[in-house]
Design a protein around this ligand. Structure first.
Ligand SMILES: *[C@@H]1O[C@H](CO)[C@@H](O)[C@H](O)[C@H]1NC(C)=O
Ligand SMILES: *[C@@H]1O[C@H](CO)[C@@H](O)[C@H](O)[C@H]1NC(C)=O
Ligand SMILES: *[C@@H]1O[C@H](CO)[C@@H](O)[C@H](O)[C@H]1NC(C)=O
Ligand SMILES: *[C@@H]1O[C@H](CO)[C@@H](O)[C@H](O)[C@H]1NC(C)=O
Ligand SMILES: *[C@@H]1O[C@H](CO)[C@@H](O)[C@H](O)[C@H]1NC(C)=O
Ligand SMILES: *[C@@H]1O[C@H](CO)[C@@H](O)[C@H](O)[C@H]1NC(C)=O
Length: 277
């Protein structure tokens, strides 16, 4: 019943997706994971130590950075780059929990991989021994119910509606956007799109557009679907699955004190310096 379609340009990954959890309720769940086949040669445990410190730093900083955080740990061959992104509408505590859970799942599911992607419905985690910051990639999977067709009167409106969201999301301050489609006879449809904030607005636009093109025939006539990529994400459903009261993206969580700005600056400088070693 459940089908998934994926586009993975790179072949050295084990990808697993769990469409059996596709359900109406907006509960968090693991949507998939991708582990590189190559193990890290970690004779002295340095990579593991760096990874541990990277994952801790991602989990503890993601909330105050409005649900998106990147960091680097270690030097030279043992350096590891990481990104986390929370869905823009979820609460601060659920963002924090989801991130923490994703780091546990990553080290559990892909214990020796040095390039790992974990998709949860509410958050996204990626780390790699190679830098991927700012480098838009088209790897994506879609999850939908193959037989859950939408009302024919809505089908002609669904993709244009999501194309509109894909056009607007890149211009939003957090590259996150939701909208409601009033389909007269069949109620409403709800859409959401989000990009990781290390890519440009132009790349965000290209990423979302490409997903709609790639999966057009699969999602075009469906009532509910989700697309999980490496740099952009889309959701479509027939009920308001997102929350519109979250403070994750609001000003309340901006690091406000002088101290945290200075610490942020020092971290940025150290990260920049690390690049040279
Ligand atoms: C990352 O790991 C892969 C696989 O072990 C290796 O081929 C590649 O050279 C590594 N990249 C860096 C920058 O160390
Ligand atoms: C976190 O998610 C749960 C559902 O798993 C939800 O019941 C709860 O309200 C969310 N927390 C907040 C603060 O929104
Ligand atoms: C995180 O994992 C715990 C333990 O498995 C679970 O109870 C909790 O609901 C998860 N939280 C989120 C946001 O996924
Ligand atoms: C898929 O959709 C069909 C038709 O709406 C429904 O009968 C079926 O239960 C759905 N399958 C799952 C696993 O949700
Ligand atoms: C809904 O109905 C109104 C008035 O009957 C019409 O103007 C509008 O185009 C319809 N919208 C859709 C999405 O069909
Ligand atoms: C959230 O969305 C609901 C339904 O669209 C709306 O009635 C409500 O006013 C919204 N709340 C906020 C805080 O925007």
């Amino acid at each position: 019943m459940q089908t998934l379609y994926l586009v993975v340009p790179c072949v050295i990954f084990f990808l697993s997706v769990f469409p059996n959890g596709f359900c109406l309720a907006d509960t968090n769940m693991k949507s998939g994971s991708q582990c590189s086949e190559a193990d890290y040669s970690d004779t002295d445990g340095t990579f593991q130590t760096n990874l541990r410190s990277l994952l801790d730093s991602l989990a503890s900083n993601v909330v105050e950075h409005h649900g998106f955080y990147q960091n680097v740990a270690g030097k030279k061959a043992n350096r590891v780059y990481g990104t986390v992104l929370c869905r823009g509408d979820i609460s601060v505590s659920n963002c924090s929990d989801c991130t923490l859970n994703s780091t546990r799942v990553a080290t559990n599911d892909c214990p020796m991989s040095n390039d790992v992607t974990i998709w949860f419905r509410w958050c996204f985690l990626r780390y790699s021994n190679e830098s991927f910051f700012g480098d838009m990639q088209q790897t994506a999977v879609t999850i939908t119910n193959e037989t859950d067709f939408d009302d024919p009167s809505v089908v002609s409106e669904g993709l244009p509606f999501m194309t509109g969201i894909a056009a607007e999301a890149p211009d939003k301050s957090f590259m996150f956007h939701t909208a409601v489609l009033n389909a007269n006879k069949s109620g409403k449809r709800y859409g959401m799109a989000q990009c990781t904030r290390d890519i440009s607005r132009e790349d965000c636009r290209r990423c979302l557009d490409a997903q709609l093109v790639t999966f057009r025939t699969v999602i075009g006539n469906k009532r509910r679907w989700e697309i999980y990529g490496s740099n952009c994400f889309m959701w479509y459903n027939d009920y308001q699955f997102y929350s519109n009261g979250s403070t994750l993206l609001s000003a309340a969580w901006r690091p406000s004190s002088c101290t945290s700005s200075i610490i942020g600056f020092i971290l940025a400088v150290s990260a920049a310096l690390l690049m040279f070693f």
